[in-house]
Design a protein around this ligand. Structure first.
Ligand SMILES: [Zn+2]
Length: 314
């Protein structure tokens, strides 16, 4: 393989930083604290070890309550990005009005920019829930890159807003300019979509921890795909996967009205999702990074990837 071809291999390692407790299946201030004190240092250590530059999507809530969680990534050259203001189910972007989306975006943007001192231009919606107002709200508030679409990922009842996410099945696989009112379709709108990687199953930390053999199969196929179309690998992990709250006792709360959604998204998921949490996740994650590192991929931030590809101005 020539060097130029080599340069086209990109791994975009992304992190969603929120106060969601996987163990309790709910948002918790104490979990936010653990994310900052335990989960984030573990991740930053791994990235340093493998010389990975990565993108961190913070909720405004985290930036407001734990500003250090944002400043701790800056000196290592990672990108500060927005994960909305709140991760509450009833405040997801597909249920917020246009006005409220704009408000959540500007609030989170300002909180983050006050800490990092540069323009925050990348966004990922909490729970990946967006609607036709979202691209307009993003453009209105100065965002340029979205990463909320998981092309060819099939969730159904396994996550919230599952049915609406059927749009993922037909979304383009390679990064693209979206339509002004549709993030799932190619167009000439101002927002660039960098889709999360998926092959039916999401290519994320949760799959890696619960079904490591699926992740292995996925990376073999993704690497083959990349050789053909240069699709960047976009992995999504959460620092709350590297903390362990198992010493605290729990009951699983019902979040969904729909029975199947309750059964799968709350009960089954609640039991499965805690597998390989905390320190057990470290070797799995390191192996995933090594797979691409051994094959000459460059680990860059979402923003730097878009600049290198001419998707956004330099
Ligand atoms: Zn999230």
């Amino acid at each position: 393989m020539t060097n130029t071809e080599n340069n086209k291999r990109y791994a975009l390692w992304t992190n969603d930083v929120e106060d969601h407790s996987i163990w309790f299946n709910k948002l918790r201030y104490e979990t936010g604290e653990l994310v900052m004190k335990e989960g984030m240092p573990i991740l930053l250590e791994i990235y340093k070890k493998f010389n990975v530059k990565s993108t961190f999507y913070f909720t405004g809530y985290m930036a407001e309550h734990f500003p250090d969680v944002v400043s701790m990534i800056i000196k290592d050259g990672h990108e500060v990005a927005s994960h909305g203001y709140s991760h509450e189910v009833h405040e997801a972007f597909d249920v917020l009005s246009y006005k409220d989306q704009v408000e959540h975006l500007s609030k989170s943007k300002k909180l983050l920019e006050d800490i990092c001192g540069y323009k925050v231009i990348s966004f990922r919606a909490p729970a990946l829930r967006v609607n036709s107002d979202t691209p307009k709200a993003l453009a209105e508030t100065g965002f340029v890159i979205d990463s909320s679409v998981a092309s060819q990922r099939f969730d159904m009842f396994l996550s919230f807003g599952g049915l609406k996410k059927l749009k993922w099945l037909t979304a383009p696989r390679l990064p693209y300019h979206t339509q002004p009112d549709n993030l799932f379709k190619k167009g000439n709108g101002p927002i660039v979509e960098v889709p999360l990687t998926a092959l039916m199953f999401p290519y994320v930390g949760t799959t890696m921890r619960i079904f490591p053999f699926i992740t292995k199969m996925q990376h073999t196929i993704l690497n083959a795909e990349n050789k053909i179309n240069h699709k960047p690998i976009v992995f999504d992990v959460h620092p709350n996967e590297f903390i362990n709250e198992e010493s605290e006792s729990r009951t699983i709360e019902r979040r969904s009205k729909n029975f199947f959604s309750y059964l799968l998204a709350d009960l089954v998921r609640g039991k499965l999702k805690v597998k390989n949490l905390g320190k057990a996740a470290i070797p799995l994650y390191e192996k995933e990074i090594e797979f691409y590192q051994n094959r000459g991929y460059q680990f860059v931030t979402v923003k730097d990837y878009c600049k290198a590809q001419g998707l956004i101005p330099n």
